[in-house]
Write a protein that binds this ligand. Structure first.
Ligand SMILES: Cc1cc2nc3c(=O)[nH]c(=O)nc-3n(C[C@H](O)[C@H](O)[C@H](O)COP(=O)(O)OP(=O)(O)OC[C@H]3O[C@@H](n4cnc5c(N)ncnc54)[C@H](O)[C@@H]3O)c2cc1C
Length: 560
């Protein structure tokens, strides 16, 4: 039987999928049509959950954070005329401070996407279960009853070959060819805004040392867009919006882009090097279904968010995490095929909420334009100049800036998403997007939530509770008197961890923390989500656990 998985696309999502499968003992063929990794910096915000997932597969989150910009450098968002001023307001950029350590071992960091991807590639290079081929394009997929046949084309030679795979993960990006071939439509608006993305190098330290930041939103009427600082001394992107009805994307050649950069900086800089110019179209869309037969969409192939929220890469990585353990469980015979249906049930609602929020963030920025430009389109310049002369005096401006705060504080979206599906026992219904406070993360132990991070002691060493959870099997964390559950877990080859026995948490009691009795337990999936709360050991714990696992994993019977 074919057990290998084909992953089409080696962006961050495809690469992490390969590593996640390998940690489950599942082999994959990872292909990308590019001969070399992309150099465009694109994503910068890598959030705590993504870092936790990286760490769990052996890509050190601390090493990633060490490569990211420091919180002093990248801890702010600024609203400015041009980079030379004036400044209309400043907000903190996400939770990068030590307070976040109460909720995650790895606070958000700002690291350019190519550096992030290089760290994944380095881990893949030493992983024998992953065959990684670049310069290979997937041109088609055909379904057989028990496997998939993919047609691959070698980009350089144009030679074609067929490979078989048990399943395909389509991580082939926003314009996913596989999604289109499967006829999967997208819900939501397309082409909301056309941008030219100008990647350039310049040392802008002198312009920004007194006002460090990661995002600079530009409001001077003669310039438009946002400057992204990946490294203030070198790597920048100007996202410049344009109207395709009035301007041709091809008109943004190098001389024109140099001028746009100079306008955005408000001053000419001598060492400006334009590295790359490319169009980028903003949409707010989610695939109607995440599955076509044995092909599963993940990452940008499944959802296209406005960049206002920094959620694209981060959401895609969790897609991969959710999908990969399920595919592995089915291939290992530990779960029935129906478990795979829960991938869409669990991940699509998260994408819908994240799309809605990213769109709301983008819309709210228009309020700032309205404040700065005033109600009369013929008097924009005068209105702007009056406020720019003394921004601090304008109360409406301060309020408009303050209204942007949730855009840059989405801690709850990053960590607090929950699942409700047949793979979760008694999960509470999901909240409507409008009822979610995106900034306020309240760790909880209800079914469907991710196990909260806590600092605990294991073998005399301080560590995150999350680091004790295996990625390749279920685990039971039990109360101090949960010996019977641990024994049952071990009989079923699950990990078993008893509170204040296998690890120590001196700052609270199990009962206060989880609301369970000392003999209770939490059943955790390999992705760290709580599959069930088990309160009493009455009857036969082994039989109970076996029946529960069979049900959650869509199996009729589970062998002890
Ligand atoms: C300016 C900018 C800033 C951003 N900032 C953030 C941020 O701060 N945080 C965040 O989370 N996200 C951010 N994003 C979004 C983020 O870059 C994307 O969400 C992320 O790259 C998606 O990863 P992916 O692996 O799904 O797809 P991609 O990165 O697009 O990778 C897809 C890969 O598939 C390959 N491929 C496509 N078709 C085929 C085929 N037929 N055969 C073989 N290979 C194929 C491509 O060559 C490509 O390498 C930003 C995006 C932009 C443009």
């Amino acid at each position: 039987m074919e057990s290998r998985i084909l992953i089409v696309g080696a962006g961050p999502v495809g690469q992490l999928a390969a590593l996640l499968l390998a940690r489950q003992g599942i082999a994959s063929l990872l292909i990308d049509r590019r001969e070399a990794a992309a150099s465009a910096p694109k994503a910068h915000a890598v959030n705590p959950r993504t870092l936790e997932i990286c760490d769990s597969v052996g890509v050190s989150a601390e090493a990633l954070r060490a490569q990211g910009a420091s919180a002093n450098d990248a801890g702010f968002v600024r609203f400015v005329g041009t980079l030379s001023g004036p400044e209309f307001g400043v907000l903190p950029y996400e939770r990068q401070d030590d307070e976040a350590l109460a909720f995650t071992p790895f606070p958000l960091t700002n690291i350019p996407q190519p550096k992030f991807e290089a760290a994944l590639s380095a881990a893949i290079a030493v992983e024998p279960l992953i065959e990684f081929r670049r310069g290979v394009n997937c041109v088609g997929v055909t379904h057989a009853p028990s496997h998939v046949i993919a047609e691959l084309e070698h980009v350089a030679s144009k030679e074609r070959e067929h490979v078989t795979a048990a399943y395909v993960i389509a991580a082939d990006g926003a314009n996913s060819r596989l999604r289109q071939a499967l006829g999967i439509a997208m819900d939501g608006p397309e082409g909301l805004q056309h941008n030219v993305m100008i990647h350039f190098e310049a040392d802008l330290s002198a312009l920004t040392d007194h006002q460090p930041g990661v995002l600079y939103f530009l409001f001077e009427p003669t310039t438009k867009g946002v400057l992204i600082a990946y490294d203030r001394a070198k790597t920048w992107v100007l996202m410049h919006p344009f109207d395709p009805a009035l301007e041709d994307a091809a008109s943004f050649d190098e001389p024109r882009c140099r001028q746009l950069i100079t306008d955005a900086l408000g001053v000419a800089v001598p060492d400006l090097n334009v590295r790359n110019i490319g169009p980028w179209v903003m949409s707010a869309q989610v695939a109607q279904t995440y599955r076509g037969g044995r092909v599963f969409l993940a990452g940008d192939a499944a959802h296209r968010f406005p960049p206002t929220g920094g959620l694209g890469l981060n959401t895609g990585v969790v897609d991969a995490q959710n999908l990969c353990w399920k595919l592995a469980a089915v291939l290992k015979g530990e779960a029935g095929e129906a478990l795979l249906e829960t991938y869409e049930t669990e991940r699509r609602p998260v994408a819908l909420v994240n799309t809605e929020q990213s769109l709301a963030n983008a819309s709210k920025l228009f309020d700032l334009f309205a404040t700065l430009y005033g109600p009369d389109p013929l008097k924009t310049d005068e209105h702007y100049a009056a406020i720019a002369a003394n921004p601090k005096a304008d109360a409406a401006l301060a309020l408009s800036v303050e209204m942007q705060r949730p855009h840059f504080d989405s801690f709850n979206l990053q960590l607090g998403y929950r699942y409700c599906s047949d793979a979760i026992d008694s999960a509470p219904a999901l909240l409507k997007a409008s009822d979610v406070d995106i900034s306020r993360y309240e760790p909880g132990f209800e079914p469907g939530a991710h196990l909260p991070h806590r600092w605990v002691t294991k073998d005399g060493r301080r560590t995150s509770l999350l680091s004790l959870i295996p990625v390749d099997r279920y685990a039971l964390i039990t109360g101090p008197q949960g010996e019977a559950w641990v024994k049952a877990a071990q009989s079923l080859k699950l990990a078993g961890l008893r509170f204040n026995a296998d690890f120590q948490d001196q700052s609270t009691t199990w009962e206060a923390l989880t609301g369970l009795t000392g003999t209770g337990a939490l059943l955790l999936r390999p992705d760290g989500h709580i599959a069930a709360r088990l309160d009493t050991v009455g009857g036969d714990p082994l039989a109970h656990l076996r029946e529960l696992m069979a049900r959650l994993n869509a199996l009729q019977t589970v062998e002890a």
